[in-house]
Design a protein around this ligand. Structure first.
Ligand code: NCD
Length: 314
């Protein structure tokens, strides 16, 4: 299957079959175990990262992945680019194509932006988050983490909590779980930030329940994984109305160590795509429930696997 990925774009989790996802996760696992075997696999290859929205983990782990495998990374800073002068994304891509990068990674606030760029470029393009739509590489590392925790993805019982309306990580994750058997997803959110129907409707193999924020506590006893997400203030309407909605919600949305201890669920682990802001009490960081640091680390292995496979290195 290895050669099948060569030249492929990674735009949406919908473009991948279960076999392909499992294969990517297996390659990532080999890379985690034997990083030295992949040390020179990207030699002579150049990546352009086009990040039009803030990023810590996704950008850094892609860059580290490329460099740790011997490749190089072009230094593109949106703040210092001509996008600031009003150049369109399309024009930027048209011009970048002429420079012949080997791979491009893009994050942009507009849904569909990664596809737009992929249709222009002649190298593989990887979506690092397009607006409120998809974040497929985050989902692959989430699946990798779920598998690490449970040995398998089939049958996972998971709460996805927080901003399910704007959060692209949970949109992609829900879509991906539809590839597996007997998954049970409890969507916990305030009523203003419910999971959009278009994602629920596409997920007919997953058992989905929707609950309110007040149900978070009681849901903890029923699951393997609690997947917390940040309330995405920047995607709310601007101005005082948005501010007061944000304040109202973030006051009520808070996971404490006591809640986890009282759940009497010995196996529960907390995941979070990060960044977290106020939604997790700091004591949880040093508790046995925390799995988000390892989850973030897993991004390195999964992104190495994606670079390795899409660039057809052998
Ligand atoms: C997320 C994103 O950008 O969608 N972050 C990430 O990539 N790990 C989540 C967020 O911004 O809250």
């Amino acid at each position: 299957m290895e050669t099948e990925f060569k030249g492929k774009n990674i735009i949406s989790i919908n473009d991948l079959t279960r076999e392909e996802v499992d294969f990517i996760l297996d390659v990532a696992n080999k890379i985690e175990k034997n990083p030295k075997d992949y040390k020179n696999k990207m030699a002579g290859k150049i990546m352009i990262p086009l990040f039009f929205e803030p990023s810590t983990r996704t950008k850094t782990s892609f860059q580290m992945a490329m460099r740790q495998m011997g490749g190089s990374v072009e230094d593109f800073d949106v703040e210092l680019s001509s996008m600031k002068k009003g150049e369109t994304l399309r024009d930027t891509a048209m011009m970048m194509k002429g420079y012949s990068p080997d791979i491009m990674v893009i994050r942009h606030k507009r849904d569909g932006s990664a596809k737009l760029v992929a249709d222009i470029m002649s190298c593989p393009v990887i979506n690092a988050g397009d607006g409120q739509n998809q974040h497929p590489t985050q989902t692959l590392l989430d699946l990798y983490t779920i598998k690490e925790l449970r040995g398998k993805i089939d049958g996972v019982r998971i709460v996805v909590a927080g901003d399910l309306k704007y959060g692209r990580t949970v949109h992609s994750l829900l879509t991906a779980l539809n590839l597996y058997k007997n998954c049970h997803v409890i969507c916990v959110s305030p009523k203003e930030l419910r999971m959009p129907l278009k994602f629920i409707n596409k997920t007919n193999k997953v058992r989905i329940e929707e609950r309110g924020l007040n149900d978070l506590k009681r849901s903890l006893g029923e699951i393997d994984i609690l997947y917390m997400t940040r309330i995405q203030r920047e995607r709310f309407p601007k101005g005082p109305e948005g501010d007061s909605l944000y304040n109202k919600i973030s006051e009520k949305y808070n996971l404490t160590l006591d809640m986890l201890n009282n759940s009497q669920n010995l196996y529960i682990k907390v995941m979070h795509p990060l960044p977290k802001v106020k939604e997790i009490e700091s004591q949880v960081d040093s508790s046995k429930y925390n799995f988000y640091w390892k989850q973030a680390e897993n991004g390195l292995y999964v992104r190495k696997a994606l670079l390795y496979l899409t660039l057809g290195a052998t």
